[in-house]
Design a protein around this ligand. Structure first.
Ligand SMILES: Nc1ncnc2c1ncn2[C@@H]1O[C@H](COP(=O)(O)OP(=O)(O)O)[C@@H](O)[C@H]1O
Ligand SMILES: [Mg+2]
Length: 369
């Protein structure tokens, strides 16, 4: 039996719903999932993060305090995970901590992306070497800094025979095209859950639309959908990546205003679900030839999204990554554990097909235990 290589992956994505924590054995041949933990991000902290993401003027002190508090929460997520797995910190090689993106601006004069959740704090509180700040180096190498999860999709989900697409529906959606004879490509297709989550919070006082039930009760408003689909992001050539800086409640309100007609909240929700579905399907068809589709991320639980994708992509089979052996909730956290191992091994990663980076780079910085 080969020697174990235990790694922890930690991430809070655009949805700011929870820190997803996984313990994996990354000894070849493939990631073996040992334990998982979803660590909630409580209301006050979530509100502080949302404020940072809003682009409002804030005091540096608020940024600093949230950076540290989030580092503590990430560390706690890791410690709880070890408790669940009954594994000692000393047995873990490293934590790969994505952190929390609070601003992503890959196309500005001075491109940058900012993830917070202090890795010094994580290393100190867990006693485990922590690898963090993966996206910054990719930007420095001329890339978008995102999406990075396709690195794992390529490693783990490719097939020698079939042309596959892996769709990650988080707050934002990204698609990875895995083709037997060509190199993989990936990009963010646009919104995943983020607009629906915001609309559900506003009209239902809930963080998300459980199973997509509310969206299912409504009817797609054709004119509104057309206005939403006209956003320039959807036409943009790859490489491309996006976030809450573009797709947010203000974006939606502006589009609703330009419609000059009032739409029932439930129909707006149905239309937002259709926007996510249609932007994914258009992206899939534009890059063509996909035979099998596998979905991961929280959107895999939204039956309205899943059924819409199945309808639009029939007769091709749409399933979750569970069909390939990894539960859809944990793919992204596993990706950051896997990338951290590449960092620890000093391996430069070629992200040119995903982020447009000009040269391979070792991603992430190492904070020693
Ligand atoms: N049972 C569910 N029904 C509908 N949507 C869900 C469900 N569970 C999770 N989600 C959606 O998935 C989102 C979280 O997905 P996740 O993959 O963690 O995204 P991110 O990477 O942006 O954090 C939630 O905000 C919610 O919109
Ligand atoms: Mg999440």
């Amino acid at each position: 039996m080969s020697k174990k290589a235990l790694y922890i992956g930690l991430i809070s994505g655009t949805s700011i719903d929870a820190v997803d924590a996984v313990l994996v054995d990354l000894a070849p041949p493939s990631p073996a999932l040992i334990a998982t933990h979803s660590h909630p991000i409580k209301g006050r902290l979530r509100a502080a993060i949302m404020k940072l993401c809003s682009g409002d003027v804030i005091k540096l002190q608020e940024l600093g305090a949230t950076h540290i508090e989030l580092g503590e929460v990430f560390a706690q997520a890791g410690l709880n995970l070890l408790d669940i797995a009954k594994i000692d910190a000393a047995e873990v090689v490293a934590i790969g901590s994505h952190g929390q993106t609070v601003w992503h601006e890959p196309d500005g004069d001075k491109p940058f992306t900012l993830q917070i959740g202090d890795a010094n704090t994580i290393a100190q509180l867990t006693g485990i070497t922590t690898v963090a700040d993966f996206r910054g180096r990719d930007i420095a190498a001329g890339g978008q800094g995102a999406p990075l999860a396709p690195l794992l999709h390529h490693h783990r989900f490719g097939s020698a025979h079939a042309s596959r697409a892996v769709i990650n529906i988080g707050g934002i959606s990204n698609i990875t095209f895995l083709r037997p004879k060509n190199s993989a490509i990936a990009f963010d297709s646009g919104p995943g859950n983020v607009l629906m989550d915001g609309w559900t919070a506003k009209h239902k006082g809930l963080n998300f639309d459980e199973n997509g039930c509310w969206a299912r009760e409504g009817k797609t408003h054709k004119e509104l959908l057309a206005i939403l689909q006209q956003d320039a992001y959807f036409e943009k050539t790859i490489p491309k990546s996006t976030g809450r800086e573009l797709f947010n409640s203000a974006w939606l309100e502006a589009k609703l205003k330009s419609l000059n007609e009032s739409v029932k909240p439930v129909d707006v929700q149905a239309t937002l679900a259709e926007l996510t579905i249609s932007s994914l399907v258009n992206a899939l068809e534009t890059h063509g030839g996909v035979e099998e589709i596998f979905v991961c991320g929280g959107g895999a639980h939204n039956q309205t999204l899943m059924e819409g994708l199945k309808r639009a992509l029939a007769p091709r089979r749409v399933s979750t990554t569970e069909a390939l052996g990894i539960h859809p909730d944990w793919v992204e956290a596993i990706a950051f554990a896997w990338i951290a191992k590449q960092t620890m091994d000093g391996r430069a990663l070629d992200t040119s097909g995903y982020t447009g980076a000009k040269a391979p780079a070792v991603l992430g910085a190492i904070y020693q235990r």
